[in-house]
Design a binder for this molecule. Structure first.
Ligand SMILES: C[S@@+](CC[C@H](N)C(=O)[O-])C[C@H]1O[C@@H](n2cnc3c(N)ncnc32)[C@H](O)[C@@H]1O
Length: 614
């Protein structure tokens, strides 16, 4: 067999897994050989530190192996731009992808690896009524194409996950695990993830996140009061009025915290030490609990004695109290029944920030419904999240031009949250959203993805017509209100069909097909983005035709943030004149079809620049 006939290598683990193996290899080169982990070596090296007994604390469920296996399935999709559905496609940094989130996350992997500052998701809660997307481990994309009828065979993949299914929690875990696995790797090392959830799966979610992020990365479990009035319909007479938002952080991440209210500092007595506010000095313990915090104090000017509160005592020791009296920091009440208080001076405040409370009072579900009703004139979908809830996390965890990702985007309140946060503080945050075209049963907006896109278009229109004078930001700052819409479609490239028998005839047939790897009917825009993403260019990159090249159509794909550019020609033949006009340099990357080059041009271009062929 000649070199040319060497069979293609079987598909390897997809990027997300390969990257993890590479991380392991970087730490322990002896564990990995030819991209594969040698378990015997791990065992031999780590000895008694390796646990191989079945009785150990671990997260397991029926189907976990398959759920992890799906990460190895090679990507088979591409993202086709939908300019007609977008707003301001050429300028905006925001993106919406209609598609199945695991496939899309895998496609975005290279371009967004370690670049996302904040992930917010609101996945199905597994209530027994919501639908859980069932992955087909053998052929993930085909499943999606059937789902969206992009493929001939029809099949109803819209299954709910009833509690009686026997694999109720397992099905949910299998759906969430691979998605969170990939998502984690997109986060920056100062990034955070926030996941909305309720009591159905809070426990399982914490276990998955503990496994993927490490227990030490747990930041907080926020409690969001979602309902204002108690529910009178429950059988057990308990009204569950809250949900959770579970937050995990990468090592360098922290929330911004809340600003303390400095307006409460005043100086009514012209104290030379400046503005102050009167702080409570009572404590929280009875005499039995903290005898040292129960003592009487005397106003040195009036001689009035103030006993401690019998149930609370004081918050500071007698010694500290006396020191404050000596420094004239005590505000003495006029009556003996009053309680002395402490002057806290503004110039002594060590931090103008306090922690962000885990109890959230940021609007209720009814606000989310009202918001969507204001946009569509009807309650187009049940229980959308209020923008205020997501915005509070956006404000806490991001700033500047950070990227926020939501891969269960629904009606897209996360887009509005990011745009409003930007308008409020002059930020340039960008948002990337992924949403399945889940059917709604409606004739006007046939899928939830369609609702999400329309919500964004209408929200942009409303924001554009609102006066920016109310916003605190400078009206001169250009505001990015728009989004680039994309759809998940099948790859434009032929795939080696492993389902066919491995005989010589079949092998020759497939090899012949591979001479031009582009499928019949390939779409230019979709190929451009497919190659761009493969090369690690994010969805905000620019694609332009190089006008100065007249002999072929050559595209320039550039990304300001990466400070990188490459050129791409998809024509069947590359003219030597094109190469001359391009004036490629050693550091340039030029990509074209393999069949477009004859030997001479190939040698010439490869000498001039970094050449890749499709
Ligand atoms: C709880 S809803 C999110 C609601 C959203 N936060 C809002 O306020 O409108 C979850 C969404 O995830 C979508 N979804 C479920 N599985 C998905 C998948 N595999 N890929 C992409 N979206 C998915 C569902 O269609 C649903 O709209």
């Amino acid at each position: 067999m000649s070199d040319e006939e060497t069979p293609p290598v079987a598909p390897k683990a997809d990027d997300a897994l390969r990257e993890r193996v590479a991380e392991l290899e970087a730490l322990f080169p002896e564990f990995v050989s030819e991209g594969r982990v040698d378990l015997e070596k791990v065992q031999a090296f780590l000895g008694s530190n390796v646990s191989d007994t079945p009785e150990r604390y671990q997260l397991n469920w029926a189907g976990k192996r398959d759920a992890m296996g799906i990460l190895q399935a090679p990507r088979r999709g591409a993202l086709a731009p939908r300019k007609e559905e977008s707003i301001n496609f050429d300028e905006t940094g925001h993106a919406f992808v209609e598609g199945e989130n695991l496939e899309v996350l895998k496609l975005l992997y290279k371009a967004y690896f370690g670049r996302i500052k904040m992930i917010y998701i609101d996945p199905p809660f597994n209530t027994g009524n919501d639908f859980i997307y069932s992955d087909n481990f053998a052929a993930p994309l085909e499943n999606y194409l059937k789902f969206t009828r992009q493929m001939d065979a029809s099949g109803n993949l819209l299954t709910s996950n009833p509690e009686t299914s026997g694999r109720f929690h397992s099905a949910w875990l299998s759906m969430m695990y691979p998605r969170l696995f990939v998502a984690r790797q997109l986060l920056r090392d100062d990034g955070m993830i926030f996941v909305s959830i309720d009591d159905h799966e809070l426990h399982d979610l914490r276990l998955i996140l503990n496994e993927l992020f490490g227990e030490e990365s747990f930041a907080a479990c926020f409690v969001w009061q979602r309902r204002q009035k108690a529910d009178s319909r429950t059988l057990d007479r308990a009204s569950t009025d809250h949900e959770y938002v579970v937050a995990y952080r990468n090592p360098k991440a922290a929330l911004r915290g809340e600003d303390i209210d400095v307006t409460k500092f005043t100086n009514p007595d012209n104290d030379s030490r400046g503005p102050w506010f009167s702080a409570d000095l009572t404590g929280l313990a009875t005499k039995e609990q903290r005898p040292n915090l129960h003592y009487s104090v005397t106003d040195p000017k009036t001689g009035i004695v103030y006993p401690p509160s019998p149930t609370r005592g004081w918050s500071i020791s007698n010694e500290k109290f006396q020191k404050n009296i000596g420094e004239d920091r005590i505000i003495w009440p006029s009556k003996p029944s009053g309680r002395p208080r402490l002057k806290k001076f503004l110039n002594e405040v060590r931090s103008f920030q306090t922690g962000f409370s885990t109890i959230l009072d940021v609007g209720y579900t009814t606000d989310g419904t009202r918001e969507i009703q204001a946009i569509f004139g009807e309650k187009i979908l049940q229980f959308p999240k209020p923008v205020g809830l997501i915005k509070s996390f956006v404000r806490q965890a991001t700033s500047g031009d950070d990227i926020v990702l939501d891969f269960f985007a629904g009606t897209c309140p996360t887009a509005e949250a990011v745009w409003q946060a930007n308008r409020e503080d002059g930020g340039k945050r960008r948002v990337v959203l992924i949403q399945l075209p889940e059917p709604t049963g409606r004739a006007d907006f046939r899928t939830i993805a369609a609702i999400g896109k329309e919500r964004m278009r209408r929200a942009i229109r409303a924001m554009n017509s609102e006066s920016r004078k109310q916003a605190r930001i400078d009206p001169q700052i250009p505001e990015d209100l728009g989004f680039r819409a994309f759809s998940l479609v099948a790859s434009n490239f032929r795939q080696w069909d492993e389902t066919k028998p491995p005989d010589a005839d079949e092998y020759q047939r497939q090899l012949a097909l591979m001479i031009d790897p582009l499928k019949k009917g390939w779409d230019v825009d979709s190929v451009l983005w497919e190659v761009a993403l493969r090369e690690g260019y994010p969805l905000a990159s620019r694609i332009t035709v190089i006008e100065s090249v007249t002999t072929n159509t050559v595209y320039r794909i550039s990304n300001l943030e990466l400070g990188q550019t490459f050129t791409l020609c998809l024509d069947p033949k590359l003219s030597p004149e094109t190469v001359r006009q391009l004036g490629l340099r050693k550091t340039d990357l030029f990509i074209c079809r393999d069949a477009a080059l004859d030997d001479e041009i190939a040698a010439n271009v490869a000498l001039q620049c970094h050449l890749k062929t499709l």
